[in-house]
Design a binder for this molecule. Structure first.
Ligand SMILES: [Zn+2]
Ligand SMILES: [Zn+2]
Length: 202
């Protein structure tokens, strides 16, 4: 009888352990596939550079060939493209486990409070499946580095991150300026948020 009881106890324990183990694996987040979509005449050399940089934090990244800007996104009065129309169109071009980032050399804009057409460096759903970035407002000297930071910022929004108060964090609000050179990396909290979403950040 005593043996029976011990054997029973052992079985219960081993089941519990296996259960705990399987819970851990199912909670392990898997990062979405990042689809990079150059728009219009976006320079191929530039998209390859940012593609290689993104690959270091997510090997599941795809660089698509250039496509024209969505037809309804052109805003003639200011000769620029509506970021909100672009992301609305892009989000329909990917699978459910992907997130897409549009790359633009042209200026992009959105509506901000009372301002109907406000120029921006980037725009992304929070959380969401699509974002768009433009290098038009970036400094000429270190454009590639700033552009990479900008892509990470918008992808951070799509992963669900809001703006961050820490001045050196990549999720800082640009507030109409360009603070990218002061931004160093994701802060501790933003980093751990993204790591929980499967981002391979060091
Ligand atoms: Zn932002
Ligand atoms: Zn932060």
């Amino acid at each position: 009888m005593k043996y029976c009881f011990l054997a029973f106890l052992f079985i219960v324990l081993s089941c519990t352990q296996r259960k705990n183990g399987s819970v851990d694996t199912s909670q392990q987040a898997i990062q979405k596939v990042i689809v990079m979509q150059p728009l219009g005449s976006f320079k191929i050399e530039q998209s390859q550079k940012v593609f290689a940089a993104i690959k270091t934090i997510n090997p599941k990244v795809v660089l698509r060939p250039n496509i024209p800007f969505p037809e309804n996104s052109y805003y003639k009065p200011r000769n620029r493209y509506r970021a909100d129309s672009i992301i609305k169109s892009l989000k329909n071009n990917i699978g459910k486990d992907s997130v897409i980032v549009g790359l633009s050399n042209s200026d992009i804009s959105t509506t901000k409070n009372e301002i109907k057409d406000w120029g921006v460096m980037g725009l992304g759903y929070k959380p969401g499946k699509a974002c768009v970035v433009s290098d038009f407002r970036l400094s000429v000297t270190n454009k590639n580095q700033q552009f990479y930071k900008l892509v990470l910022h918008e992808l951070g929004h799509t992963a669900g991150l809001p703006h961050c108060k820490i001045k050196t964090c990549l999720m800082r609000d640009a507030e109409g300026g360009n603070p990218l050179d002061q931004e160093k990396s994701f802060c501790k909290d933003c980093k751990s948020f993204l790591k929980n979403k499967g981002w391979q950040l060091i």
